[in-house]
Design a protein around this ligand. Structure first.
Ligand code: 5RP
Length: 230
């Protein structure tokens, strides 16, 4: 089974948690897109849901496939969010933001009663940090924010380069008009401490550590689909 088939398997399993009438947060990335495709099939067969997309990219796919959408302002309380992740540990702490949508993803997940993460088994890790941590920053004062992040990392025993994410010839901008710094910290031994100190830096809009947000992870491997709960 190839990676795409595993993503489809995880997405199909997640779809079983979707009930008629639900207000759904819909994630971003290649795994979330497989979920959108399967959801669209169910919608065409009569399933009634309202989706709140976590990115313009997801919104475009939903509209193309006929999944009805609302904004988070129209539906500020959601029943369930289904989203992918870049890394998942055994306590369901996540690194997200590889697809650049972490701010909206976190806002939508926080507005949901439950968040289910869908992934193939390559995303499961013992300790977070092999995947570079995306940090969404305000363009104003970027150099000062970088220095603050460097100092914070040093104080927490983290080292590694921080790269500003690129897109073509320029720098990547999120749907909200922010930049992303990808921090190659390596093993993050205290994700909670790092998360709260990053939040204390004014130029940091949000970071990709998702802690205490996911209530279930559906992990597809080559032969079976398993679930992880915190
Ligand atoms: C986007 C994300 C994605 O969920 C994450 O990058 C995983 O993507 P994929 O399913 O393509 O591996 O956080 O910001």
């Amino acid at each position: 089974m190839d990676a795409r088939q595993m993503k489809i398997k995880a997405a199909a399993e997640a779809l079983k948690h979707v009930e008629n009438g639900m207000r759904l947060g819909i994630g971003t990335g290649s795994t979330a897109e497989e979920f959108v495709r399967l959801l669209a099939e169910k919608v065409s067969e009569g399933l009634e849901v309202r989706g709140v997309p976590t990115s313009e990219r997801t919104a475009r796919l939903c509209l193309e496939l006929g999944v009805p959408l609302n904004s988070l302002d129209e539906l500020p309380e959601l029943d369930l969010t289904i989203d992918g992740a870049d890394e998942i540990d055994a306590s369901l702490r996540l690194i997200k933001g590889g697809g650049g949508a972490l701010l909206r993803e976190k806002i939508v997940a926080c507005a949901s009663k439950r968040m289910i993460v869908i992934a193939d088994e390559t995303k499961v890790v013992e300790t977070l940090g092999h995947f570079p941590l995306p940090i969404e920053v305000n363009p104003f004062g970027l150099a000062a924010t970088r220095i603050a992040i460097d100092r914070l990392a040093e104080s927490q025993g983290l080292s590694g380069e921080i790269h500003q994410r690129k897109a073509g010839e320029g720098f990547y901008k999120t749907d909200g008009g922010h930049y992303i710094l990808d921090a190659f910290f390596g093993r993050i031994s205290d994700a909670e401490a790092l998360a709260s100190s990053l939040n204390a830096i004014p130029g940091v809009v949000e970071h990709g550590l998702f802690i205490n947000l996911a209530s279930l992870a559906i992990i597809a491997g080559p032969t079976e689909v398993r679930t992880l709960a915190p």
